[in-house]
Design a protein around this ligand. Structure first.
Ligand code: 5GP
Length: 206
């Protein structure tokens, strides 16, 4: 069985990434979504071990010391990190693993895993972004302002991503993401063993 594809999805806060991921997992098999550790407090309706592993700063620092995180970053006063164990296990089992992380973490993952595929999700306009963040109603106006400021910083790094995904119509966005990941499986450098076998077999006709 071949190793799964490591997919990093980033996007502005409020770009609808969470909804896209949820739908992708409902609609297609073979995806595993990594659950991050964070020091942020749970939002109403969020559960420990489902959206995130909610931990204290001390606990988070212990994970760093133990090298238990693939990457971590600070985002608007909180730490977020990707636990290593689950990602490795799922990739080895042939699952395509999705990390939904911000840009600093995405760049670290790409540096250490050049085979990872980086996708940036954006709403069609910045106005739409502001509207979505405000309508979600889970953040204070100050936090919304900080997140919009952060969006402007992240926009500077969009060109480092392999693919850009515009989240306008949800179902289309989900199918496009699925297609991108599926195409990655067909890349010749991901199929070295298959190529060797075909080359070997075809030599008999020389
Ligand atoms: P939120 O607080 O809205 O759930 O997430 C804030 C930001 O942190 C989002 O851009 C999200 O993608 C990012 N994030 C979530 N988990 C991780 C992680 O494990 N590592 C990094 N670097 N960013 C993360």
């Amino acid at each position: 069985m071949s190793r799964g594809v490591l997919v990093v999805v980033s996007g502005f806060s409020g770009a609808g990434k969470g909804t896209v991921m949820k739908r992708l997992l409902e609609k297609y098999d073979n995806y595993a979504l990594s659950i991050s550790v964070t020091t942020r407090k749970p939002r109403p309706g969020e559960e420990d071990g489902r959206e995130y592993f909610f931990r204290t700063k001390e606990e988070f620092e212990k994970f760093i010391e133990e090298d238990a995180l693939i990457e971590y970053a600070q985002y608007v006063e909180n730490y977020y990190g990707t636990p290593r164990f689950y990602v490795e296990e799922q990739l080895a089992a042939g699952k395509d693993v999705i990390l939904e992380i911000e840009i600093q973490g995405a760049m670290k993952v790409k540096e250490r895993n050049p085979e990872a595929v980086l996708v940036f999700v954006t709403p069609p306009t910045v106005e739409e972004l502001k509207r979505r963040l405000t309508e979600r109603g889970t953040e204070t106006p100050e936090v919304i302002a900080e997140r919009l400021a952060r969006a402007s910083e992240e926009a500077e790094g969009m060109h480092h991503y392999d693919y850009l995904l515009i989240n306008d119509v949800l179902e289309e966005c989900v199918d496009d993401l699925h297609q991108i990941i599926q195409s990655e499986h067909a890349r010749s450098w991901r199929n070295k063993e298959f190529i060797s076998r075909i080359q070997e077999e075809s030599r008999q006709f020389k």
